[in-house]
Design a protein. Structure first.
Length: 369
């Protein structure tokens, strides 16, 4: 059990700290006083006060965190600015989040997700620079009989150039892109006898096990791959090239996640793959057994997910606040407290539903349902 819990706690502490520090950084940049910087919720385990008066603390429930700004009594503080102005002195008003210009408030809120994306870029870049990145071309070594690949025309010795307009730079990318595809057909561009050939393949959806032994539903086309000329091309990258490939990886993961979520809403995606903290803890523990580099990789992917989820326009999340700021920009004033309350009730319902749904999937994954 500890081999799951400890890696999960380490991952959550880092990813959540970076997220909250993104808010904190921009708050301090624009002169907003931060009263609390918390990792976790509930009762405080331990903490300390810095010179600026911020209380840094670790709390009992390590499933998130928050940064609290001076003068924020509740989530609706933005709608009662006249009352706030009367309550605080002129010097205190300079440190209030709710009285800052709209663009500054938006940047402070956006700073959390932005920090998560930056963390992922830093992790990927470090791995590419110090460990290396694979650039081995993908060559089809075998086409399974009666498989989608055979039916739709893929052949042995085809060199895979693109899948769904994603350029294939490494043999390792092929199964990942096929698994994450959401359309009915997958578009392949291959090199065959020095000519480019375009093919559309309808994959099969099968239940199998991933490399960690977890049961998953995966799309397959029925091919086995080999390195081009049986040569592995793995090399360390310079800083600029590493950052370029890291940004591309963050973009790919973000866009693929959004496409997959959209496919679930349409009913074509497999919603059983949507997991919560229990599944994350399980996978983190399994990955950590393979060493530091796989653990850092999963940390980068979780960081991307946290940043992306927080940008969804759901009240209680950062994206919900940014949505309110959008309304404020259009209307020239904040939404009324009553309107915000109604939005937050909807947001609370959506988040509770997602939490329950993800937890049920996690329990099914553990064989408890």
């Amino acid at each position: 059990m500890l081999n799951y819990i400890l890696p999960f706690l380490a991952l959550i502490l880092v990813v959540v700290f970076i997220h909250e520090y993104g808010h904190y950084y921009f708050a301090k940049k624009y002169g907003v006083k931060v009263t609390d910087f918390s990792i976790g919720f509930g009762q405080e385990l331990f903490g300390w006060n810095d010179k600026s008066g911020t209380r840094w603390k670790i709390c009992w429930i390590p499933l998130g965190g928050y940064v609290k700004f001076f003068g924020d009594r509740n989530v609706f503080s933005q709608s009662d600015q006249e009352e706030i102005i009367k309550k605080y002195t002129e010097d205190e008003r300079k440190e209030l989040f709710v009285l800052k210009p709209l663009y500054q408030r938006a940047l402070i809120v956006f700073g959390g997700p932005l920090a998560n994306f930056i963390l992922a870029v830093v992790i990927f870049s470090s791995i590419f620079m110090f460990v290396g990145k694979d650039f081995t071309p993908a060559v089809i070594d075998e086409v399974q009989k009666e498989s989608p690949a055979e039916v739709y025309g893929l052949k042995k010795d085809d060199i895979i150039l693109e899948i769904d307009n994603n350029k294939i730079k490494s043999i390792l990318e092929v199964s990942k892109i096929i698994s994450l595809s959401t359309s009915e057909f997958i578009d392949f561009k291959v090199s065959r006898l020095e000519e480019e050939v375009l093919l559309r393949v309808k994959p099969n959806l099968i239940e199998t096990e991933d490399n960690l032994g977890n049961k998953i539903k995966r799309r397959i086309v029925g091919i086995k791959l080999n390195p081009y000329n049986n040569e592995i091309n793995h090399k360390k990258l310079g800083p600029a090239t590493a950052i370029y490939h890291s940004v591309n990886e963050v973009y790919f993961v973000t866009s693929s996640t959004l496409k997959y979520l959209f496919s679930m809403l349409k009913g074509s995606g497999d919603s059983s793959q949507l997991g919560g903290p229990i599944r994350i803890a399980k996978i983190t523990g399994q990955v950590a057994e393979f060493g530091l580099i796989p653990f850092l990789n999963i940390m980068a992917y979780i960081s991307i997910s946290l940043g992306l989820i927080n940008l969804f326009p759901i009240p209680l999340l950062d994206g919900g606040h940014l949505m309110f700021y959008g309304f404020e920009k259009i209307l020239g004033r904040p939404l009324s407290q009553k309107t915000q309350e109604n939005f937050f009730r909807i947001g609370m319902f959506l988040l509770l539903f997602l939490m329950i749904f993800a937890t049920m999937n996690d329990l099914k994954d553990l064989g408890l349902f």
